[in-house]
Design a protein around this ligand. Structure first.
Ligand code: HEC
Length: 158
């Protein structure tokens, strides 16, 4: 192998290592488990959402998010998760297949002020993370995530 070719080969190997590292990045996994239905609790039942693409939606909270979401007095602990299941426009009972999830996970207070101290995901029906922290989510929740309707970045009156 010529030195130049050897260098190219080394660069290629390094690049594929990088790619592999990205692919294994745990940050790209959905923050909620596949079997969340067994432990998450519904905090807002099936209804249309004018703000989330007119889909019908249900909102569920994990154990950590449940009391803060419902009572709106304690802060959300770090790691708390709130998810929104989104169903087809015509699925008025949220009984058909889920089209996608939109998800919020609490970060330490003050750690990400431009993201309202939450991380944001949009996840498809194959549990593929389609978007992470898109400005559109944060922009809209900045407006609706405050009293009287909102609480700490969440927007629905439970
Ligand atoms: C146009 C404004 C708007 C945009 C854009 C938006 N949201 Fe929301 N979101 C709302 C409103 C209003 C609610 C509560 C009422 C409802 O469910 O429709 C909500 C509810 C939620 C909830 C349930 C918890 C709660 O009460 O807030 C989650 C989770 C959520 N959104 C995540 C996201 C994510 C992730 C994105 C981006 C992919 C996003 N939202 C984009 C307005 C918006």
């Amino acid at each position: 192998m010529t030195p130049r070719l050897a260098k190219a080969a080394r660069m290629l190997a390094a690049a594929s290592l990088l790619l592999a590292a990205c692919h294994d990045d745990p940050g790209e996994e959905p923050v909620f488990p596949a079997d969340y239905a067994a432990s998450y609790v519904e905090v807002r039942d099936c209804r249309g959402s004018g703000d989330h693409d007119l889909n019908n939606i249900r909102i569920l909270a994990d154990k950590a998010a449940l009391a803060p979401y419902q009572d709106r007095s304690a802060p959300f602990p770090v790691g708390a998760v709130v998810i929104k299941e989104e169903y087809d426009f015509g699925d008025m009972s949220c009984s058909g297949p889920i089209k996608q999830w939109t998800v919020m996970q609490r970060l330490p207070t003050g750690s990400a002020p431009t993201m309202l101290d939450w991380s944001w995901q949009r996840v498809d029906d194959q549990r593929e993370v389609l978007e992470r922290d898109p400005p559109r989510c944060i922009g809209c929740h900045t407006g609706c995530g405050v009293a009287p309707d909102g609480y700490e970045g969440t927007c629905a009156v439970p």
